[in-house]
Ligand binder design. Structure first.
Ligand code: ZN
Length: 221
């Protein structure tokens, strides 16, 4: 047993490190900033849950997905961008819920920076398309804005506005539903994978050639 364990260890040490792409998911607001509130919900909570679910889906598919905040805490806008820049992220997606004054609006929209790269625009459209496919809310389209997290990030970036938290039906009903939040996470996961040139659900790009084939793992029982 010791000899087998040692050779496995040597194989692991000799194997080239998998170069997973890093994607930063940014749950909007948090801490002292609840974001938009309405219909008994706070934006900071629902977007954190969607972001965690998106991260987990991406990680299960081999993407190094990380969050700008793991819990209910304040993080500055420039800190969110510099976090993504310092991690060398290849994509940045900020997740939000919308609100408006007056008669509650409804629908889903996605933002990219005013002078966004074509990769950003394509990813923004992919995020928008997947969110519309998931929830079927009014399609408010892909828009551009001078948002700090979009301006200060150095990689393709988009910001999703999943629905209006002050519109109790249908938007906030979806935001308040765990199963609907999972659907919204799948939408972000699918869009990000598509932006990375991968087909959602596939096992990922072929690994780099290795000097020796990996042995079949021992059956665990
Ligand atoms: Zn927001």
């Amino acid at each position: 047993m010791r000899a087998i364990g040692l050779s496995l260890l040597l194989l692991l040490l000799a194997a080239p490190a998998a170069r997973a792409q890093t994607v930063v998911i940014d749950p909007g607001h948090g801490g002292s900033d609840p974001g938009a509130v309405g219909c008994g919900l706070e934006e900071e909570d629902v977007v954190l849950d969607i972001a965690r679910r998106t991260r987990d889906l991406l990680r299960a598919d081999g993407v190094d997905a990380i969050l700008t905040r793991e819990d209910d805490r304040s993080v500055g806008l420039s800190a969110r961008a510099s976090f993504a820049n310092s991690r060398g992220a290849s994509r940045f997606v900020s997740i939000h819920a919308n609100a408006n004054a007056g008669t509650p609006a409804t629908g889903t929209e996605t933002f990219v920076y005013t002078s966004a790269s074509s990769t950003s625009r394509t990813m923004g459209q992919q995020v928008q398309d997947e969110m519309i496919a998931a929830w079927g809310l009014r399609n408010r389209g892909l828009k551009s804005a001078n948002f700090a997290v979009l301006r200060l990030t150095s990689m393709p970036a988009a910001l999703s506005e999943t629905g209006f938290i002050n519109r109790c039906d249908p938007d906030a009903a979806l935001l308040g539903s765990a199963s609907a939040r999972q659907e919204m996470a799948v939408a972000h996961y699918r869009a990000i994978l598509r932006s990375l040139g991968r087909t959602p659900g596939d096992p990922g790009p072929a690994p780099e050639p290795e000097p020796e084939p990996e042995p079949e793992p021992e059956p665990s029982g």
